[in-house]
Design a protein around this ligand. Sequence first.
Ligand SMILES: Cc1ncc(COP(=O)(O)O)c(C=O)c1O
Length: 414
Amino acid sequence: MTVPGQESADLIDVALERARTRGVAFTRHFNAAGSALPSVGVVRAVVDHLRREEEEGGYEAAAAVRPQVEEIYDLAARVLGCHRDEIALVDSASTGLRVVVDALDVGPGHRFLVSRSTYVSHALHLMSLAARVGAELSVLPTAQDGSVDLAVLRDLLAQAGDRRDVVCVAHVPTSSGLVEPVAEIGELARRHGALYVLDATQSVGQLPVDVAAIGCDALATTGRKFLRAPRGTGVLYVRRRLIEQLEPAAPDVRGAEWTGDHEWELVPTARRFETFECSTAARLGLGVALRELLDRGVPATAAHLATMTERLRSGLAAIEGVTVQDPKAAASAIVTFTVDGAEPDRVKERLARHRIKVVTVPAGHGQWDLGFRKLGAVVRASLHVYNDEHEVAAMLDVVEAIAREARQPAGRTR
Ligand SMILES: Cc1ncc(COP(=O)(O)O)c(C=O)c1O
């Protein structure tokens, strides 16, 4: 029989991961879902390139590292299970989602079917676009376990009529540990001829994400979260068949060639969605982060995170006065909770005094989820490969003390 915790210890060398993560000496960081601690290798790649720019100039330095930058497309394609031509490098997940949705040329005949797990920026974009062009937008109800109700989705897609449906789902939301049934959704979208845009911002790097198995038409993710890449990086995948049909709303010199007085040609790959200007240093850091993920292995990473997260989630659930706010379908390295009698911000501040870094997620970051569940805010802890059982135990001790204090009659709280 496997001892809980043992299986991940066999797969991930946590000591090695900690040794190559400088941040663990300063903080017990439970905010990978915000922006994870980068590895020493990632930071070195960025800093070295900035030095090179200092010494040689930005364009010259970029030219010198072109092969390394080209390799990033291969690495991203390996992580997502697609072809390098289907990859565009962007500055954030929101940019990736925006450029691809804007290129769908949505009009009154379109209907967005969106999950409750949709992130604020994506939701704002979809709502404003739908209102502007007269498209429909329906928020999909959830099943008992908190994930998209597949039966309702199937019925809606079957009754599309003349409408063109675009299904938009967050694989893992910002507001809980939920994992949506993305492959089942992909199967339904394919069967009914709907387009499927997946926000994989919180899943790539912590869970296996294979675009072919999922069946999405487009996917966006960010660098700074579970990929542990620098801020200001992101990856967009667009299915090869779709690329040619999509015209970016604002082509850029990087994604198009100005061929005549009033003519231009879009590049044939997903790079038509890119912009010329970017941080080459940050992109090189992204390349290192992708390689480190592939070397470590996504399954091993997922196994370690599942073990550590379960330890944290069940430990929190066992503390009197603490409510784990994750839905039943929670299976990611994100844990959300509240403490009776202690505001989420207060819990965050108290944890910070012990160098334990978590965040609070307000309803404004996920009205269709937290707002719908009548939660004003939750405390969010998210883990990565550098979080070990000692850090999890330390976190549980402090939360227990906070909950105990909050239970004391007023006046006795220190
Ligand atoms: C589920 C989800 N989608 C999208 C985003 C936006 O990512 P970015 O800030 O890289 O645009 C976030 C950020 O927290 C998120 O949690």
